[in-house]
Unconditional design. Structure first.
Length: 115
């Protein structure tokens, strides 16, 4: 059974940094693309960043140059380093993968950017 367990997040001031982690189990991790999504109050869930099985990354325009997605295929972990955070980055963040013809989501973690 596939499990994605997130850690990290919290409250940070504008301009600060946070790192999100997503630990995967029950999956041949290195074979699959992975993504980070976020959902702000009253808004639809949006794709923030993605990384292919070979390590190619993509970002939504609003986070380019500030966020970095990475993966560790030894420890089966996905990361999102978030720098220069802005209030508009406030949301619940989710890790995600499509594997075995199913979608799997982490439990979500709150990121709040506020002074």
């Amino acid at each position: 059974q596939v499990h994605l367990v997130q850690s990290g997040g919290g409250l940070v001031q504008p301009g600060g940094s946070l790192r999100l982690s997503c630990a995967a189990s029950g999956i041949n991790f290195r074979l699959y693309a992975l993504e980070w999504y976020r959902q702000a109050p009253g808004k639809q869930r949006e794709l923030v960043a993605s990384i292919t099985s070979s390590g190619v990354s993509n970002y939504t325009t609003s986070v380019k140059g500030r966020f970095t997605i990475s993966r560790d295929n030894v420890w089966n972990r996905l990361y999102l380093q978030m720098d220069n955070l802005k209030p508009e980055d406030t949301a619940v963040y989710f890790c995600h993968t499509n594997a075995y013809r199913s979608e799997f989501w982490g439990q979500g973690t709150q990121v709040t950017v506020s002074s």
